[in-house]
Design a protein around this ligand. Sequence first.
Ligand code: SAM
Length: 245
Amino acid sequence: THFGYQTVPEDEKEEKVYEVFENVASKYDLMNDAMSAGVHRLWKDHFIHRMAPVKGTSLIDVAGGTGDIAFRFLNSINQQIKPLVTVCDINQAMLDVGKSRSESLGYLSDVNFIKGNAECLPIENDQFDVFTIAYGIRNCTHIDKVIQEAYRVLKPGGRFMCLEFSDVKNPIIRQLYDSYSFQVIPVMGQVLASDWKSYQYLVESIRQFPNQEDFKQMIKEAGFKMVKYENLTFGVSAIHSGFKL
Ligand code: SAM
């Protein structure tokens, strides 16, 4: 590749990913809107709609970054007393943006921000009804460990839900999507955030992530039941979910 993250050895990936999010943290929300023309908001809204949280649902949002999933979850709960949400992320810069957003949204006391690695969560067994990870798992070095951790921290009956970029099968859409990703996104990264490399990494990490069926298989192998997925916008994103039964 013109960039080289593809050939980064496994033991260096975590550090590289850390640098990427350290660099993009302050521009992260703006860039998401710019690159997806706001569509990431619709995908995230739909993700929460599929979760259909009820009163008392306890949530851990892993690789939660600046809090998009946590805030949508809290917004969707029509109760005076909101359940406490745990947001875990490996990167302090991303968590700091999340914390200041939670303050301005009036959610400071509703979110517990913790720093931790999705591959070995600083959480006891059987704690949550729902485990979410949105656009986070492809940044982790060992996807299988993340899924195992999800299984461990969920209560029996709990649900694993993942929102991630996925595989576009339609050849015409695929071609459009590829030219947009490789030719437009890094340029936008350079213009809006003075950071070509981080956005080039983003595009490459999407192409390396397992496709819908392979990822579904990995979730099943961790012990989850009723595993299924739903494509969003021709598979540009997909929601995978399964239950710990
Ligand atoms: N979930 C948020 C959203 O949907 O906007 C943030 C997604 S952002 C693309 C990916 C996040 O994953 C970053 O905040 C990054 O720090 C975090 N991350 C990467 N590797 C991680 C790991 N091993 N454990 C926990 N978080 C990780």
